[in-house]
Design a protein. Structure first.
Length: 212
């Protein structure tokens, strides 16, 4: 439970655990800044230690996250956990969230298929990312994929590929762009998946160094 999570963290330095939907439950649930609330189970806010030096920003909750109400609990989250461990970054140093807080999807047979959020949705939801920035005040922001990068840089034409390996700066925060973990799961061939995973690990290692 959340109480247990909090007491687990209670002795650590990064002690106070912040679960954003708990902090303003009515407001994220009541959000009507765009239409995505309509077909989603619930809004999924960020989660992690309140003063985590690193914030990882994904795209939007997936099917599992939409049902659980927590970010990165599905396959993409498992890949991130492995990549963090390999990069030597402690899970307690990281606040995880998404650029868009509601799951955007379309029905395909029995499955809810992910749909990429558009500029208006990213822009509307930036309101919530700002709240998380204010609360956590991370020094380093890891942008996982192009949607996150667009949101974090306020640039809806920003592309990812020409910025991989760079460290950018935005309003005093260091921005580390990398692939979205789903790309490392779904790239067409094994060598592309491996290359994407290794790129994510390097980015997280870089974020860890910058945060210290
Ligand atoms: N993909 C994301 O971008 N975010 C999640 O929370 C889960 C999958």
């Amino acid at each position: 439970t959340r109480e247990q999570t909090m007491s687990t963290h209670a002795e650590a330095d990064l002690s106070e655990v912040l679960v954003v939907p708990d902090q303003h439950p009515a407001t994220l649930e009541a959000c009507r800044r765009c239409r995505l609330w309509h077909d989603a189970t619930q809004g999924v806010g960020g989660e992690g230690p309140r003063h985590a030096p690193i914030m990882m920003v994904g795209e939007q909750p997936g099917d599992k996250e939409d049902l659980a109400g927590r970010p990165f609990v599905g396959p993409a989250g498992a890949l991130l956990d492995a990549a963090l461990a390999e990069a030597g970054v402690d899970r307690d140093e990281v606040f995880v969230t998404n650029a868009v807080k509601h799951f955007k999807w379309a029905q395909r047979g029995k499955r809810r298929m992910h749909k990429t959020p558009g500029q208006r949705e990213i822009e509307a939801c930036r309101y919530w990312l700002e709240k998380e920035y204010e609360a956590v005040d991370p020094r380093v922001v890891v942008a996982l994929g192009a949607t996150a990068l667009k949101s974090v840089l306020h640039d809806y034409r920003a592309g990812l590929r020409d910025k991989l390996g760079d460290v950018l700066e935005w309003e005093g925060r260091l921005i580390v762009p990398t692939y979205h973990p789903s790309y490392a799961l779904r790239a067409p061939d094994e060598s592309a998946r491996k290359q994407a995973y290794d790129t994510i690990v390097s980015a997280l290692r870089q974020a860890g160094r910058l945060a210290r």
